[in-house]
Design a protein around this ligand. Structure first.
Ligand code: HSE
Length: 381
């Protein structure tokens, strides 16, 4: 299969190298920014690729919704397969792109957009053919996992841990998407679309790791606890839930053993039971390996990951409840329904009674809107 690659950044360079060594794949051209076309195979106009009858597939690794959406649409409309690692694109425009691909009978595959090298969407898309998926979740952001691990095991502070994650090529161009949880949220949106034929597009609860401090991490360590940023999605009472929040786990839990930039993707099928996949969730070659795996899948006839019938729905996160660990000012010790709490100088640290996820996120937002500084994390079930 003859392939053009749109984008030549961290992942694009890895994809080009891997295509050149892969059986059944051939690199035709690479779309680069104006002024960067320093080799004959590099082109600066998408039209050259879309109008090239030799090109059978495009790989989009540019990131962002535009111009990626216009470029991928044009390639699909011209009858070329499309593979992307761009979760922002699929979260925003996946159903439109899938419908266009299905009309044209070409592939639209995006397993690299969720979990880096981990074959999460790849396996999920196969599993839904024969099983009912009860729930989805895990660690789906390599940057924040790397940071939390570095803060815990190496005693690094937040800013240094972020700098190292960026230098290693794990973070998004704007790392706010990683630390705010948005990147992980987009990934659980894609997983829900594959598992349930429903793309959640509003009603989310989203809490990242921006409020955690080195002192918090030290405190958790002293209690034998480990902090991880977890996603959850699933169906409960016919409602789709999808949310991202930090979770405090016992040091012996499986998630606590997920280190560095690794991800842990989980799903529970009625018949399969729990399936857990672990691997590098970010970085040049792990992500490129998923792109090239999708290209090989397209060569072997796979066309669909998200069905063309996929509809957008509102998430309902009131159907899940958690107990929450909270750190806030001692003057707010009665602001939440704590089951236990301790005062530590000017701070109060406590654990709440079970609260619906929507309720807890709204309560903390109200406190922050008043200028209060609050950290919270769900307690492991
Ligand atoms: N910034 C993403 C992460 C890259 O850290 O997981 C892989 O999707």
């Amino acid at each position: 299969m003859k392939v053009s690659v749109l984008g030549y950044g961290t992942v694009g360079v890895g994809v080009c190298e891997m295509i050149e060594k892969a059986e059944g794949l051939e690199l035709v051209s690479v779309l680069v920014r104006p002024g960067k076309a320093d080799k004959p195979f590099k082109v600066t106009s998408i039209d050259e690729i879309v109008n090239d009858p030799e090109v059978e597939a495009v790989v989009e690794v540019m990131g962002g919704v535009e111009p990626a959406y216009s470029f991928v649409s044009a390639a699909l409309a011209a009858g070329k397969h499309a593979v992307t690692s761009n979760k922002a694109l699929v979260a925003a425009k996946g159903p439109e792109l899938q419908r266009l691909a299905s009309e044209k009978g070409v592939a639209f595959l995006f397993s690299a957009a969720c979990g880096g090298a981990v074959p999460f969407l790849h396996n999920l898309a196969l599993a839904v053919e024969s099983d009912e998926i009860l729930s989805l979740g895990g660690i789906l952001n390599g940057t924040t996992n790397f940071m939390l691990d570095a803060m815990q095991r190496d005693g690094m502070d937040y800013a240094d841990a972020l700098k190292v994650a960026q230098a290693l090529g794990y973070a998004e161009a704007d790392p706010t998407a990683d630390v705010s949880g948005l990147d992980a949220l987009r990934k659980i949106m894609l997983a829900c679309a594959v598992a349930y034929d429903k793309l959640p597009c509003e009603g989310f609860c989203l809490e990242g790791i921006e409020s955690v401090t080195a002192a918090d991490v030290k405190h958790f360590q002293s209690k034998g606890l480990v902090l991880r940023l977890l996603v959850r999605g699933g169906m409960q009472d016919e409602r789709l839930y999808a949310f991202v929040q930090p979770v405090l786990l016992s040091a012996s839990s499986p998630e606590a053993s997920v280190l560095k930039n690794f991800n842990m993707a989980k799903y529970r099928g009625v018949n399969s039971g729990d399936i857990v996949l672990i691997g590098q969730g970010a970085g040049r070659y792990p992500t490129a390996s998923a792109v090239v795996r999708d290209l090989s899948d397209a060569v072997h006839g796979r066309r669909v990951m998200m069905k063309p019938s996929c509809e957008r729905v509102e998430a309902d996160n009131s159907v899940v409840s958690c107990r929450y660990y909270v750190r806030l000012s001692a003057s707010l010790a009665d602001a939440l329904p704590f089951e236990e709490k301790e005062l530590d100088g000017e701070l109060c640290r406590g654990v709440t009674a079970p609260l619906a996820v929507t309720d807890m996120h709204a309560r903390v937002k109200a406190l922050r809107d008043k200028g209060e500084s609050v950290f919270f994390a769900a307690m492991e079930e």
